[in-house]
Design a protein around this ligand. Sequence first.
Ligand SMILES: Nc1nc2c(ncn2[C@@H]2O[C@H](COP(=O)(O)OP(=O)(O)OP(=O)(O)O)[C@@H](O)[C@H]2O)c(=O)[nH]1
Ligand SMILES: [Mg+2]
Length: 350
Amino acid sequence: MFKFLKNKVKDALDKISKKVEDEVPDEVPEVLEEAKETKKEESKENEVKPTEVKEVKSKGIISKIKKSISTKKISESKFEELFSELEMALLENNVALDVIDKIKKDLIGDIVDKPIKRNEVTSKILNSLMGSIESLFDVESVDVVKEIKNKSEKPYVICFVGVNGCGKTTTIAKVANYLKKNKLNVLMVAGDTWRAASIQQLEEHGKNLDIRVIKHNYGSDPAAVAFDGIKAAKSNNVDVVLIDTAGRQHSNKDLMRELEKIVRVSKPDLNVFVGESITGNDCVLQAKQFGDVVDLGGVVLTKADVDEKGGAAVSVGYVTGKPILFLGKGQEYEDLEVFNKKSIMDSLGI
Ligand SMILES: Nc1nc2c(ncn2[C@@H]2O[C@H](COP(=O)(O)OP(=O)(O)OP(=O)(O)O)[C@@H](O)[C@H]2O)c(=O)[nH]1
Ligand SMILES: [Mg+2]
């Protein structure tokens, strides 16, 4: 999972480091000029100044020369040229453009016109890059179990939305299993009345997990199913209702209107966008588009187990301003990981 830093980005950093070695001039000439000047001054000073001062100044110059030989400074224009290597690697790994811009600004702040030791070019850029990526996750997190337990009036309602086949129904079953393990009473709503066999699919999960499913017939109004599900939860003291919805494309106006209605009627405490990690920028764009229609509270990225790149994982929180709640990492009920910044940073290869 998410190994992109281990290969492409590291290659780019190595190339940058080599370019800096080969092309960025040392500061030596400038410092040598300074040294000559100081020498002139010193010879004048020799006549009048005590020897200690002379020694201190000479030492200062020597250390300055040493430092200039072992350090480099990268100008902003040189940085632009060098960054193109990294930009390409980030683009190839599905990192969103907004995120690339942010990383670039952070790197400029950390690196441009700052003396960098010759042998530390790669590590300096890598540290700055990792700091920048880490700060992408600085969006307010949501502890779902805590939120549910803190709600005074039951049930807590979560609605799952996303495009066709992204993993909504599987995610709902995994989340139901996770919540049940946290000693919460769960009910699932078969709000996808559209796709063939969708209701049976949720019922199957319900049977496996021993969780009640509220359903209507195919073709019926999903908002009405959600309404009934919440009513049943209220009368049975259920803690949390998970609403499944049909997959839809943002461009399908009718289906987006239908989604608005589901949300209007069921007033979820949390709307969750479910997106496939492997689709990278498409997933980030879809999250934004669904966020324009419903008030999203968080994101679940599915199929992280088959995503080598990780661009969506590092981008979606920054672009939408919403936290990743869980990562889907397989097809089993247990293959759900509560989002954890450290585990993503580790998986990037640091
Ligand atoms: N490898 C992997 N497969 C997953 C994951 N989550 C879901 N899947 C698979 O993705 C396929 C689609 O999953 P569903 O849960 O039916 O997706 P959906 O969004 O409900 O689909 P629609 O209702 O048709 O829109 C299934 O084969 C799942 O087993 C995951 O985290 N990893
Ligand atoms: Mg489904």
